[in-house]
Design a binder for this molecule. Structure first.
Ligand code: BV8
Length: 249
């Protein structure tokens, strides 16, 4: 409880707060995490399927995996962790920015303002060949999608999920916005194993710019030794508890 009070008082006094989230924030909604036991699909690790090479090899298999994840997320709802962060992001007295690695858009469904999505969205699609018009992602919420491999409506080539695959660079404007957000008084990382880069590098960047850094995670991570305060716990319990403390004074 002492740690929660310490973090709550830091949040209370900070004018600029940035929260970086990972799959752990959506776990309580029923969305499988990446490295948790339920992260495996069939026998594939995410890193095996979330690559341009895997799509080249077998686009139908990759789309089957993304179809499975879309159906799963469509049956889920934002949880208390998403709701608290969404409310903080709408607080006009404080600049709270949410940066996420998640592609499930549950932060958006919870009403988060100005969400910075580092790795794209399961609900957006773009042209695999990157044709002139199709390179710009479009939204497609249909579950299931009508074809095993959707086509680009502009060039007729295969369409792909508009997510950032391993070995692909992130969108420059998202990285710039996330870097700006790392200039803050308090940087909080929640529900991430902190192993995927460049996302895992932002806590160190924030610290190097003088931010007080903190972590909320079910288990220790490589970030635990980098932050000033590491709280072991479930996001859907710890965030509402901190929110209560903030409201109580
Ligand atoms: C790139 C979209 C330029 C797709 C994703 C430097 C060092 C080492 C490697 C690299 C490096 N730089 C680049 C690399 C390569 C690579 C990388 O980082 N590899 C890792 C595996 C070592 N990075 C890239 O390829 C990036 N691109 O760098 O481009 C370049 C290119 C080539 C070479 C050099 C440079 C692109 C990375 C983005 C990939 N796309 N997602 C899709 O979703 O299909 S990443 C994906 O995995 C997620 O978006 C997320 O980022 C990551 C999963 O991590 P988490 O979200 O943290 O989830 P995880 O399951 O791991 O952990 C959950 C945690 O929550 C656990 O700790 C658990 O205990 C906790 N938890 C569970 N329940 C709860 C909880 N906590 C609280 N409450 C709970 N209830």
């Amino acid at each position: 409880m002492e740690q929660l009070r310490a973090l709550a008082s830091r949040i209370r006094t900070a004018r600029t707060v940035t929260v970086m989230t990972g799959a752990g924030v959506s776990a309580a909604s029923g969305v499988p995490t990446f490295r948790g036991p339920e992260g495996l699909w069939r026998s594939f690790r995410p890193e095996d399927l979330a690559t341009p090479e895997a799509f080249e090899r077998d686009p139908a298999l990759v789309w089957e995996w993304y179809g499975w994840r879309r159906a799963k997320v469509a049956s889920c709802r934002p949880n208390a962790a998403h709701d608290v962060l969404a409310r903080w992001s709408r607080d006009d007295l404080k600049q709270v920015r949410i940066v996420t690695q998640n592609v499930d858009d549950l932060h958006l469904r919870a009403g988060t303002r100005e969400l910075i999505r580092l790795h794209g969205s399961l609900w957006e699609v773009k042209c695999f060949n990157g044709c002139a018009v199709g390179a710009r992602a479009w939204r497609d919420d249909r579950v299931p999608l009508p074809h095993p491999v959707p086509r680009c409506p502009h060039c007729g080539g295969p369409a792909r999920p508009a997510v950032v695959w391993f070995g692909e660079s992130l969108d420059e404007s998202d990285v710039d916005r996330a870097s700006d957000a790392a200039s803050c008084e308090l940087f909080l990382t929640v529900g991430t194993s902190a192993v995927v880069y460049p996302a895992a590098g932002f806590v160190r960047l924030a610290r190097s710019r003088g931010a007080f850094t903190a972590e909320i995670n079910l288990e220790p991570t490589p970030a635990s030794s980098q932050v000033s305060l590491s709280i072991l716990g479930a996001a859907e319990e710890v965030l509402p508890a901190i929110d209560q403390l903030l409201a109580s004074v």
